[in-house]
Design a protein around this ligand. Structure first.
Ligand code: PGA
Length: 255
């Protein structure tokens, strides 16, 4: 099956609204008619300005987190419909920084996923193992548990539309990107697990992105792998020129 690639930038806690605007104005012409969905997950405070700047371009704007409740006494939190209202089309859920620094559990992420789908926000579900778990040979087990618990109670049709991002924790922000072979093997394991639980056609439809120290120099080899459908890019997405090189990897590959 032909899955449309997705290249998503995760800005984390970087960039103000005016900086987002200037970035998008520079990026848009460089990624026009890209052969991939291009997404920027920006801080809450830049969502409105970013979606206004991206209007009429091929760039989708998303958020990096949300709460599962629709509204209520949750000081400091933001709901799915608030994200929609600010112009978000997608939302990253379960990033390892959320899991590690803010103690987010699979059950909480599962509730957020359901709410995001209800609100017609495209969820990008992050999963990944630590260095210790990999060294102990537990990678498959850890990822399958994350998938099982985060996707619990969802129908196959819904699951096929979710984007999964495999982000080994040891590769995030470390410059130690997983080799294309390691990433491919792990993506194939995840796809097999989805096929076993929710059917082959769901698994064939689902896009699985790789994340963890993705750079313009590494993207072409990763994208050559059959089960790698795109990338979730942190550090290298902060500069529009470097992010554009990642989005247009096929052109780099051919030159
Ligand atoms: P990195 O971050 O590309 O800087 O490793 C990826 C991520 O955390 O999504």
């Amino acid at each position: 099956m032909n899955r449309r690639p997705m290249i998503a930038g995760n800005w984390k806690m970087y960039k103000t609204a005016p900086e987002a605007k200037a970035y998008i104005q520079e990026l848009a012409p460089m990624v026009a008619q890209a052969k991939a969905d291009v997404l920027l997950a920006v801080p809450f405070t830049a969502l409105h300005a970013a979606s206004a700047s991206a209007h009429g371009t091929d760039i989708l704007i998303g958020a990096q987190n949300m709460h599962d409740a629709d509204e209520g006494a949750f000081t400091g939190e933001v709901s799915a419909h608030m994200l929609k209202d600010a112009g978000a089309k997608c939302v990253i859920l379960g990033h390892s920084e959320r899991r590690q620094l803010f103690q987010e559990s699979n059950t909480f992420i599962n509730r957020k996923l359901k709410r995001a789908l209800q609100a017609h926000l495209l969820p990008i579900l992050c999963i990944g193992e630590s260095q210790q778990e990999r060294d102990e040979g537990k990678t498959g087990q850890v990822l399958c548990k994350q998938l099982e618990e985060c996707l619990a109670g969802l129908a196959s049709e819904q699951i096929g539309d979710i984007v999964v991002a495999y982000e080994p924790i040891w590769a995030i922000g470390t410059g130690r990107t997983a080799t294309p072979e390691i990433a491919q093997k792990t993506h194939a394991q995840c796809r097999d697990f989805i096929a076993g639980n929710w059917g082959k056609s769901t698994a064939a439809r689902m896009r699985i992105l790789y994340g963890g120290s993705v750079k313009p120099e590494t993207i072409a080899d990763q994208m050559a792998q059959p089960d790698i459908d795109g990338a979730l890019v942190g550090g290298a997405s902060l500069d529009p020129k470097s992010f554009a090189k990642i989005v247009t990897f096929d052109i780099i590959g051919r030159s």
